[in-house]
Design a protein around this ligand. Structure first.
Ligand code: MOS
Length: 757
């Protein structure tokens, strides 16, 4: 059995009654008892089943579909193809901004990637609909598929990721490289990866006139509502999306996907509720993935081993019809203090579904390359990799020159190394063996992730009976948002958590932003905090202006709220219950609204005087079979500083998940594309390898105490994605330390480690 345990009491700082406490999940009981209803669990009366027919070719045209045969099949109600798909109010190929994802909604017979929806069959049962799909027996005009990093001629993308500049530099990298004492140039490759949440995209859609009600998983309810409103030409308030639980998201549920919209179209066409659930292999196409990269790093140091040049160039792939470029080079903006830094990109277009953000988009893929290159430079200097990082980590953010929390990073290095026992690491590779003769290696990597905030709103109500309600349309994809946000809400209203009703997970509630970019706790949490503060301010006004109150004259700033009472700040023996204050004022309740974040978080980041990031350091032990090349990670220790920890139990769990993904990135995960037909050959959970329990070692996540007053008033940073960064490189570096073999194409598979006899 894997031993996932925390060995150190987490940074257990009691901030209020609730924040900082390791509460268990509010939705845990619902989930373990099966009472939690996921999208596909819904079954409204009269519901029909829709099944997608998807293209088996990557490029060409659909020449023929046997619609008559499918329609003649008993139980089939309707077949939707480009020939009869009702018109939409918006062209699904329109792209008004960089984060609109172009959709395939049967707009033509053109095939742009394998797995593209080409028809929808709607029937009385799932089985009949599936049979109907096979009866369509498509014929294609096939054009040769263009696959992978060398598919077509490359070009310079204008922006990468969700709209970052594709070129950036500080200083003159070429000049520094020309005069550097030692230089290395190495190229690393990362594969395409596909999001595989336990719950695939699913939708149950029902129309009543012009009102659309749907159950579907979403990491961004407000954006999803706007997208559907645009496509169907409806006012946004006609769209109601319920998404109380997600069985994982990882980015692929951040934007409304084509198959989900097709479910809503299907329901409209047949005038009955419709359920559409993607089959696992259908996840490998229309719902995004992590684009593959080929990254070239050029590093130069002065005569003391201090970095003077860091050049990070990424080549990646987008689809032929949309732009998303894995922003892998950008990690080099933030970690190491090089005199000169340059980042750049080039891209090709291939016959593949459009890539999209996937957990730590750019940071994960960039980190494994950068951490490998840093290790290789340490090796050139015959320096311990930790000592080399301590010499070169950035005190201020190198690309912008802005201050950031480098002290916390230093502490992560210290605590992680100490816990791991790093000082006993021999410098040279291939020095350690275990009792069974397996090669043992130790490696490390630095973790980092930006502290983003999006715009959000919340509404709070305090009732005369002393209870409270907090509403925000937040998203719990498994990370514990319900729990952490309820903790912030309870403290914001000065209530015990049992007195608080926390409403979340549907699009009728105030916009909670997107559960993405590891920003959800900060974004939704600050809106909640603000709504709570507004309610308490009004309550304090009532009390402190009333001569009958024991708080009279204390002034608004002179009271604190806790446990359903207001206390005088200077004399906590004087207090009054919320119920008494409201009762005397003759009010049943007080309402308040809160907001947070900026409309454009990237602009807000750029304009800030501070560079805002979370940091960490990860240490890994691997064992490699010298004869078979089989590699196992046997120990992982991460130390992370991510601002204020709202719930240490949830946060550790996030880091475990991220670190396990880091193992996956280094050793397991890749979509293998067939070069001839352009299909993923391993579009299933058996052959698309991710770590199973047997692959997961003892994982420790140390929470390093950090107070960063600049990120937001509560000092919250994100934890969802950072654990992958650092870890992937640490594992790769440990493999080198075990074997002396430097593998630069990920994942590292055993064939790379078998030595020629
Ligand atoms: Mo994450 S890729 O920001 O959902």
């Amino acid at each position: 059995m894997p031993d996932i345990a925390s060995t150190q009491t987490p940074a257990h700082v009691r901030h209020g009654s609730n924040i900082g406490q390791p509460l268990t999940r509010r939705d845990g009981m619902l989930k373990v008892t099966g009472a939690a209803r996921y999208a596909a669990d819904h079954h409204p009366p009269g519901m029909l089943y829709a099944v997608l027919a998807v293209s088996s070719i990557a490029r060409g045209r659909v020449a023929f579909l046997d619609v008559a045969a499918a329609k003649a099949h008993p139980g089939v109600v309707e077949v939707i193809t480009p020939a009869n798909r009702p018109p939409l109010a918006q062209d699904p190929d329109e792209k008004p901004d960089p984060i609109t994802f172009r959709l395939d909604l049967l707009q033509s017979d053109r095939v742009r990637y394998a797995g593209q929806p080409i028809a929808v069959v709607i029937a009385e049962t799932l089985e009949t609909a599936t049979e109907g799909v096979s009866l369509l027996a498509p014929r294609y005009q096939i054009e040769p598929a263009r696959v992978g990093l060398d598919a077509t001629e490359s070009f310079l993308p204008a922006v990468v990721g969700p709209g970052f500049p594709a070129q950036a530099h500080r200083g003159d990298v070429e000049a520094e490289l020309a005069t550097a004492r030692k230089t290395i140039t190495e190229t690393y490759e990362t594969p395409a990866q596909y999001h595989n949440p336990m719950e695939p995209h699913a939708i149950v859609a029902a129309w009543e006139g012009d009102t659309l009600s749907i159950d579907t998983p979403s990491q961004g309810l407000a954006m999803a509502k706007l997208r559907l409103a645009g496509l169907f030409g409806l006012a946004p308030d006609k769209i109601h999306i319920r998404s109380p639980f997600l069985g994982g998201g990882f980015g692929c549920k951040g934007l409304m996907s084509g198959p989900q919209v097709l479910g809503a179209i299907a329901a409209r066409v047949v005038g009955r509720p419709v359920k559409l659930v993607l089959r696992r292999e259908q996840m490998f196409g229309p719902v995004g993935h992590r684009g593959p990269t080929r990254q070239t790093l050029r590093l130069g140091t002065d005569g003391d081993g201090a970095l003077v040049a860091l050049d990070h160039h990424t080549k990646t792939v987008s689809s032929t019809f949309d732009d998303f470029f894995e922003p892998a080079s950008d990690i080099s903006h933030t970690l190491y203090a090089s005199t000169a830094i340059a980042t750049s990109y080039e891209a090709v277009r291939a016959d593949v579904g459009t890539p999209l953000f996937m957990r730590a988009p750019g940071e994960a893929s960039g980190s494994i390359a950068l951490e490998s290159a840093i290790d290789e430079m340490a090796q050139v200097w015959a320096m311990d990799p930790l000592a080399f990082r301590l010499k070169n980590y950035a005190e201020v953010e190198p690309i912008s020159g802005k201050p950031f929390s480098s002290k916390a990073l230093r502490e992560c290095y210290r605590q992680g190394a100490e816990r791991f026992g790093w000082e006993r690491r021999p410098l040279a590779p291939r020095q350690m063996r275990d009792r069974d003769g397996l090669l043992v290696g130790w490696g490390m990597g630095t973790a980092t992730f930006p502290a983003f905030m999006f715009a959000a709103q919340a509404k709070a109500v305090l009732r005369r009976d002393g209870s409270g309600v907090m509403e925000t349309g937040a998203h719990d994809m498994g990370q514990g948002a319900w729990t952490a946000l309820a903790q912030i809400a309870a403290d914001g209203l000065g209530l015990d958590i049992d007195q608080l009703e926390f409403r979340s997970g549907n699009s009728d509630l105030p916009d909670a932003g997107i559960a993405g970019g590891s920003s959800h706790t900060a974004t939704a949490g600050m809106a909640i905090h603000d709504a709570g503060a507004n309610v308490i301010t009004r309550l304090a006004d009532l009390a402190t202006n009333d001569q009958r109150s024991s708080l009279y004259g204390a002034g608004n700033a002179g009271v604190i709220a806790r446990g359903g009472r207001l206390f005088r700040r200077d004399d906590t023996s004087r207090s009054e219950s919320y119920a008494d204050i409201l009762g005397r004022a003759g009010l049943d309740q007080i309402e308040g609204r809160g907001t947070s974040g900026a409309a454009n978080p990237m602009e807000a980041h750029a304009q800030s005087d501070y560079a805002m990031h979370a940091h960490g350091a990860v240490f890994a032990e691997v064992k490699v079979d010298p004869d078979l090349g089989q590699t196992r990670v046997t120990r992982l220790v991460g130390a992370f500083a991510a601002g204020r920890i709202i719930n240490p139990r949830m946060v550790q769990s996030q880091f475990y998940g991220g670190m396990i993904w880091g193992v996956s990135f280094a050793l397991h995960e890749q979509a293998i594309m067939d070069r001839h037909c352009g299909r993923a050959m391993n579009a299933n959970l058996a052959e698309y390898r991710i770590p199973v329990n047997a692959d997961v070692p003892s994982v420790e996540a140390i929470l390093v105490d950090e107070h960063d007053p600049h990120v937001n008033a509560l000092g919250i940073k994100g934890v969802g994605e950072m654990g992958i960064t650092g870890t992937a490189g640490a594992v790769a570096n440990a493999v080198w330390h075990a074997t002396g073999i430097r593998v630069r194409k990920f994942p590292i598979t055993l064939d790379c480690l078998i030595e020629p006899q």
